[in-house]
Design a protein around this ligand. Structure first.
Ligand code: FE2
Length: 243
């Protein structure tokens, strides 16, 4: 481990770039130094950096759960804790990276300017979208799950039925998905040109991971959480009417 360079660590797993940035450790132009030396130069604890790198690896394993069998409040929390948190944490990094590579390489690779602009748009839309889910839709879904367990009546929401916000959320998912799809095409499926620097490569890897995460995230909502919440609401409303 002592001789592993910062650059190699990033090459093995690009997500580590965000950790190095947090500690102001240069993984790009001056990344060809052992991790220990890089930490010493920046006056940061090598143990702390190693522990954050280790947590990243642990966090990605053993995540094959049968989400369809979960209670909806647990699933809503899972989406927030895993997907929303990730999106919120990576957006500032990706905004900085897409801007940096557009500035440095935009003259020779004009698509980087388009990618920067589209990503900025996706980031803004998704930030608003997640806020609506966290403040309005998910609390209601969680109240449905609790009512189903406790037998308590549901409060009729301001939006009358969950189908209204869900329609809007699904349209917003389509918009974010289209944005990332355009980025995929503009980047020629994240192909890295021979003159690319490490930041260029990391940016494409981060964008690809972002897209993949978005697909998983939207799948959980569109295909499991939302349809089950619609059915549960119908069931609970029906039970209230027949009482
Ligand atoms: Fe969503």
């Amino acid at each position: 481990m002592e001789q592993t360079t910062v650059r190699n660590i990033v090459a093995d797993d690009f997500r580590t770039a965000a950790i190095f940035e947090k500690f102001s450790i240069d993984f790009c132009c001056h990344g060809n130094v052992p991790l220990e030396d890089a930490c010493k130069q920046q006056g940061v604890s090598v143990d702390q950096v190693r522990s954050e790198l280790g947590a990243l690896v642990i966090g990605t394993t053993g995540e094959q759960d049968s989400f369809a069998s979960w209670d909806l409040d647990k699933l809503a929390d899972y989406v927030i804790d895993n997907h929303h948190k990730y999106v919120k944490s990576i957006i500032p990094t990706l905004l900085a990276h897409t801007q940096k590579v557009a500035m440095v390489h935009g003259e020779r690779h004009a698509e980087l300017l388009t990618i920067r602009d589209i990503f900025k748009n996706v980031a803004e839309e998704l930030t608003q979208h997640m806020m609506k889910e966290e403040l309005m839709l998910f609390p209601y879904i969680k109240s449905l799950a609790r009512s189903a367990r406790d037998g308590q009546p549901v409060r009729i929401p301001q939006f009358q039925t969950i189908q209204n916000p869900i329609r809007l959320m699904e349209a917003e998912h389509v918009s974010a998905g289209n944005g990332m799809d355009t980025i995929r095409q503009e980047s020629k499926i994240y192909s890295i040109p021979s003159d690319a620097c490490t930041t260029y490569r990391v940016t494409y890897q981060e964008l690809e991971a972002f897209e993949l995460d978005l697909h998983k995230h939207v799948h959980l909502e569109n295909n499991i959480l939302f349809p089950k919440a619609i059915l549960l609401e119908q069931k609970l409303f029906h039970a209230m009417q027949s009482n």
